[in-house]
Design a protein around this ligand. Structure first.
Ligand code: PMP
Length: 389
């Protein structure tokens, strides 16, 4: 069998199991509605939680920066890629997260990999939540530390596993702040207490909470009033731009600047993105009303889906999961929603466990009331058609 035949075979097997993935083409910037494959759809799978990716103020900030600094940064931060705009954004991020210092990466994925591959080492152990994001899993693999998985947000199990790992030089607990597939919140106060007792360091990936949780949108640390050792984040969700960052002590950031390979060997993010992100953070700090609206919409959609009889996970963050079952059924559910003008993602293995395939809705503060009604009506009709409810 030729190389391509063998690959094609594997793709066919994925198709049979409903696991094959395809790309959709957005014909414009996805606001609450966008034309996809020639049809207007209400978007229920974007991470633009506060509608900032289309905000005129961000667009203007980026345009001004392009005029001064050009499009690409043309080099790594440690060579010629570092501009005033990178420095200003890092200062802003440190203040925003109430930490001493911050470091930008080209994505949240690379920030997670940069931290985990450079800090924990061979003689250390990482305790990692079972549902942590793929970039944490990859970072653990690259760290060469021993990795121990604990059941999702299960503090009894985390305690047992901390007790059983006393032989390692250092212990790290790593968790998503908000879990991307279930929308659950990590119990950070309990994690911090356990970390103190067992002398472990805490790393939180706050991708989905940044901008959304906490009084000024500072994320899960602000929400729970805790201070993890390392907070990792992304600018690609509520902030509305792209890029990743790490915040923590001045020494931590200095260490990463000198050791994190995904920082050292990658071209710096575009100055225009830095300018737009800075403006976004200024808006986010004063976006109480947007956050209140977001949580009102999350509450309304979750409650009404549950009342209809759906098995719903989440409801405390903008990530809401509607459990369907098999991957083929989840794909069919999302296709039927799409034919009604509702764009969602069917989440399947390996992202979630077998039999746990789901429709994942990500909610934005920008939905109009009539759009919420259209989303709910379409779920109800599709749920009845497919005998899910
Ligand atoms: N962590 C979590 C929990 C995420 O959901 C994501 C994005 N899917 C990332 C990290 C990666 O962030 P980015 O898209 O900026 O690479």
């Amino acid at each position: 069998m030729s190389f391509n035949d063998e690959l094609e075979n594997r793709l066919s097997q994925m198709k049979e199991k409903g696991l094959y993935r395809t790309l959709k083409i957005m014909q414009s910037a996805p606001e609450t509605e966008v034309e996809i494959d020639g049809r207007k759809q209400i978007v229920c799978s974007s991470n633009n939680y506060l509608g900032l990716s289309n905000d005129r103020r961000l667009i203007r900030a980026a345009q001004d920066a392009v005029e001064t600094f050009g499009i690409g940064s043309s080099g790594a931060r440690l060579t010629t890629g570092n501009t005033l705009l990178h420095e200003q954004l890092e200062k802003k991020l440190a203040l925003f997260k109430k930490t001493e210092s911050a470091l930008l990466f080209s994505s949240g994925y690379l920030a997670n990999i940069g931290v985990l591959s450079s800090i924990p080492g061979k003689s250390d152990v990482i305790l990692s939540d079972q549902l942590n994001h793929a970039s944490i899993i990859d970072g653990c693999r690259l760290s060469r530390a021993h990795t121990v998985i604990y059941a999702h947000v299960n503090m009894v199990e985390l305690k047992k596993k901390l007790e059983a790992t006393g032989q390692y030089e250092r212990r790290f607990i790593v968790t998503d702040g908000v879990f991307s597939m279930d929308g659950t919140l990590a119990p950070l106060p309990e994690i911090m207490k356990l970390a103190e007792k067992y002398k472990a360091y805490v790393i939180v990936d706050d991708a989905h909470a940044t901008g959304v949780l906490g009084k000024t949108g500072g994320g899960t640390s602000e929400h729970f009033h805790v201070h993890p050792d390392i907070i990792i984040g992304t600018l690609s969700k509520a902030v509305g731009t792209e890029g990743g960052f790490v915040t923590g002590s001045r020494i931590l950031i200095d260490f990463l600047r000198n050791h994190a390979r995904t920082f050292i060997f990658q071209t710096a993010m575009s100055p225009a993105i830095c300018a737009a992100s800075y403006t976004a953070l200024e808006i986010i700090e004063k976006s109480d009303e947007k956050r209140s609206r977001l949580f009102a919409v999350v509450g309304e959609i979750t409650k009404r889906l549950k009342d209809m009889g759906f098995n719903v996970k989440g409801g405390v963050t903008p990530v809401v999961a509607v459990l369907i079952g098999s991957s083929t059924k989840a794909v069919s559910f999302s296709q039927r929603l799409q034919s009604k003008g509702i764009y969602t993602s069917a989440i399947r293995p390996p992202t979630v466990a077998e039999g746990q395939s789901r429709i994942r809705i990500t909610i934005t503060s920008e939905y109009k009331d009539n759009e919420i009604e259209r989303i709910l009506d379409s779920f109800y009709i599709t749920g009845k058609e497919m005998k899910v409810i």
